[in-house]
Design a protein. Sequence first.
Length: 487
Amino acid sequence: MGSTSAQHPENNGSARVGRRDLIKRSAALGLISVPTMSFLSACASGGGGGNGDKAKEGKKTAENPLGVNDTAQMEFVLFDGGFGKEYAEDAVKIYEKNFPEVTVKFSATQKIQSTLQPRFNQGTPPDLIDNSGAEQMDMGVLVGKDQLADLTPLLDAPSYDDPSKKVRDTLRPGIVEMGQFDGEKVWIMYYAYTVYGVWYSQKALDSLDEQYPETWDQMLAVCEKAKKKGMAGWTYAGKYPYYLPFSLYPMIGKVGGVEVLDAIDNLEPNAWKHPAVKACFEAYYELYKKGYVLKGTPGLDHIQSQTAWAQGKALFIPNGSWVENESANVIPKDFDLAVSAPTGIDSSDKMPFGTIWASGGEPFIVPAKAKNTAGGMEQLRIMLSEASSKNFTGKVKSLTAYNGGTDGITLTPGLKSGVAALDKAGQNVVNPRLQDWYVQLQKEKIGVSGLGEMMAGRLTPAEAVKKIQGFADEAAKDTSIKHYKHQ
């Protein structure tokens, strides 16, 4: 996922303020953060040829503002995850209709890195990639090694629906800034909008005669009541415990203020030792200690944990708004899916109840060495039209980065709840950046080796804090990776 650099405070500031202060009614599904393998530096070393095979530039016209070569093949590789592939296939058909001499080479895979790493090495990557899922390539490495094309030409092109508007003027607030790293260049287009939080069945909560808990004492009381009725309070993706931060990180921000999350993102010394982190770790550990976590959760993957939750075996699950579509086949019709901002500790929290994490998700990239970069950008321009946005929303229960496209669409329960949660949050929307600035640190180290071990009972909160701070310190000192900071 995108980031902004320490050298350009105006960019990062606008990104964060834009998301917290302007995004109020945006909701949607986001990228599925499943386990990553570190994206080897060799993958982005820039070796190989490929440039000699670049498609010749086509004629720029009102209908073809990016100058796409109307006879050049375009290759599009999609992550085959919670959104499925039909929405992308529909957009490909529009591309082929507009350029009738072209057949798009379209494929979908869950193995983005292992499929595409050799092609980056050889300098022959596809023209458009949905860089998501279990093998998401490390965006920081790709940008740092000059492997991505600047998407500014796309953003400054006339929008698909209205030539008087640039593409950038049709996007939800914060989307452009999230794709920036250094300066004004935009390396990533986030196609979806994600609401992260605690997901539950309103029907199940009603059956307990309870409201969603706002303080941790209330949370424990609800979990105790659920336990007495044979339902666990919580489950999560135990094999991929970096799902826990989807509710834990905004809780830390709520308790200690957004500056605590910023310090963590900045890899500052002792950032993880802040009292707010300690309090939130201890709160989550209490779920384990009191037996409120579904038995066997540490051995469950994301699909298994979501299925158990949908079956009523657990009340709460930390997740992103893609869960409605990904679990559609197991969620009962009368489930009444809902999402809430995370529960806090008590009235001493720095931010109000309702503080939530929301941000762009599903990152699309155009490789710098792609043969047909204009074609890749044109496919994105099509996807950012009102029709394609509506198609996506209707099929996968999501809003896109396109700021609109909901007229005539009945919002599903989860999406409607996500919109309401963001509306309640108002300006209190946070966006921790670890998962897009430092993928390996966030997923493998903090997630699996830290939080996963703590929630399985193999580390105390104090031990988890110490271990995670050590991981952060190592990353801060690692000169082989590029570092980013909030300003």
